[in-house]
Design a protein around this ligand. Structure first.
Ligand code: P53
Length: 474
């Protein structure tokens, strides 16, 4: 058998993309609530257009999403039926600390996640918790400037301690932040940052990144104190950069682009800033203040495993004027060797193996693939059944590639969770119609639909994959 005996198969979601119930049981307002569907979304999530409260001209899909808040039992039961060994979900910070700077947590929020965890454990599903999946309390953003303020580290630390103490003994796997590198591409959605006109955006992004990095070290420090059994991972939006040609200028550009992403993992895994980033930040005059205390924290609290999402590789040219393909939040130029999804994301299973190998080589720590999948339009029949062979094909090809990375290249992988095992709101576009699930949810881009759940063809396929520990992919 290729995969380890205890390999964890499952699926992954994020609070803001599935829970809904944005104002229920004391939950506070978060950045992710304010990202509308439609043509303004990109400007909002990238921080170019301020959206600090709801207005009547936009539809905000996260408000109600697929209402997993009220359907989690039914949904987890379906995950169990597929044989999930792990369910990755995130905790909405604003359910626990609605404003972010309170003294005491919101008990109703804690109860909700406790119920989800207990529901998982009932079916022998290991909960894998993302502490922060893009969400950030708006109160902290408005009052303190969010992650650009050092104080945020302690607000986060308090949130983390509250969660970890409460769920001690029940939860073994945590991720400190989802895709920290998305902070660079989408600072509002990714970290609740918005900017004033005269601000140096890049400087603030790296300052915020530094605070998040120190915060993630604090999270590890807290788990060591509270429950040393916990495995704390970091999380990267992965995907190798290819040079557009074998031209050395292109290769150098690809190396630099990879480094810009790996920077976050380099710090979290090795415990110090890599020299290429020190040089770059100094050269550009935007080096954040790094205290001795920060340095000590980073050094002593490195992560235990590395998790990442993989959807595609990216291609880059040394020529700054090369035309960019804007389909994905992370820039790429078109790779003529690859097919694309309906949303223009390039499909590259072999790139998955290449990416896994690179991360394995670079860090020599256990890996966890916590997102992979195909966002596609599904057309259900009258019973809600979808014949989604295209999704099966995508996943099969990627699991085969992952298998090769283990069997032929020796990567050490703890588990694999597909993105959105149940249809949910897209982070990039805010659409419901960009579906990833094995379970169809009757809801459209503007909130119409019964929310009824139904199994797609891929449901039984994934069940078989799990039952055979990845051997039966047909
Ligand atoms: P959607 C861009 C690039 C890489 C990962 O994305 C990304 C994004 C955001 O578009 O996000 C991750 O929903 C993220 C999930 C997200 C998923 O990829 O745009 O962790 O929250 O839903 C898929 O198709």
């Amino acid at each position: 058998m290729t995969f380890r005996k205890d390999f964890l198969w499952g699926g992954a979601t994020a609070a803001n993309q599935c829970e809904g119930a944005y104002d229920v049981d004391g939950r506070g307002l978060a950045n992710v609530d304010l990202c509308p569907v439609g043509e303004d979304r990109l400007a909002v999530i990238t921080g170019r257009q301020k959206m600090l409260e709801f207005d009547d001209d936009h539809f905000y899909p996260a408000k109600h999403s697929i209402d997993m808040y009220h359907n989690y039992k039914e949904d987890i039961k379906l995950f169990a039926e597929m044989g999930f060994g792990v369910y990755r979900f995130s905790i909405a910070w604003t359910r626990i600390f609605p404003l972010g700077d309170e003294e005491t947590p919101n008990e109703k929020g804690l109860k909700f996640y406790e119920a989800i965890i207990d529901e998982c454990l009932k079916y022998d599903i290991e909960p894998l918790i993302t502490l922060v999946h893009f969400d950030f309390p708006m109160h902290l953003a408005n009052k303190y400037g969010g992650w650009r303020n050092r104080k945020t580290i302690e607000f986060y630390a308090k949130f983390v301690r509250t969660v970890i103490e409460r769920f001690k003994g029940k939860v073994k796997y945590y991720l400190n932040f989802n895709e920290m590198n998305v902070l660079m591409a989408a600072p509002f959605m990714g970290a609740g940052l918005y900017f004033e006109e005269d601000e140096n955006i890049k400087e603030i992004q790296y300052l915020a990144a530094h605070h998040e990095l120190v915060a993630s070290a604090r999270a590890k420090q807290i788990t060591k104190e509270v429950d040393p059994e916990i495995m704390m991972g970091c999380m990267l939006a992965a995907g190798k950069y290819y040079p557009a040609a074998c031209k050395p200028e292109d290769v150098l550009a690809a190396q630099e682009a990879d480094r810009n992403n790996y920077f976050f993992v380099d710090v979290q895994s090795r415990g110090y800033y890599p020299s290429y980033m020190v040089k770059k930040l100094e050269r550009e005059g935007i080096m954040p203040e790094i205290t001795e205390e920060d340095e000590k924290l980073l050094r002593e609290n490195t992560i235990d495993f590395i998790s990442f999402s993989y959807y595609t590789t990216r291609t880059i040219s040394g020529d700054k004027n090369a035309a960019l393909d804007k389909a994905n939040l992370l820039d790429t130029i078109e790779n003529p060797y690859l097919d694309k999804t309906e949303w223009g994301w390039q499909i590259d299973p072999l790139g998955f193996r290449i990416t896994i190998n690179e991360i394995h080589d670079r860090y020599q720590k256990p890996l966890f693939v916590v997102e992979n999948g195909l966002g596609a339009k599904d057309i259900p029949d009258e019973n809600g059944y979808v014949e989604d062979d295209y999704r099966i094909d995508y996943l099969r090809a990627h699991i085969k590639a992952m298998k090769n990375a283990v069997e032929l290249d020796g990567a050490d992988i703890l588990g694999y969770t597909t993105w959105g095992p149940i249809d949910l709101v897209s982070a990039g576009t805010g659409e419901m119609s960009k579906r990833y699930g094995f379970i169809y949810v009757d809801r459209d881009d503007y909130g119409e639909g019964t929310l009824k759940r139904s199994k797609k063809k891929s449901f039984d396929w994934y069940k078989k994959v799990i039952a055979s520990n990845g051997e039966d992919l047909e």
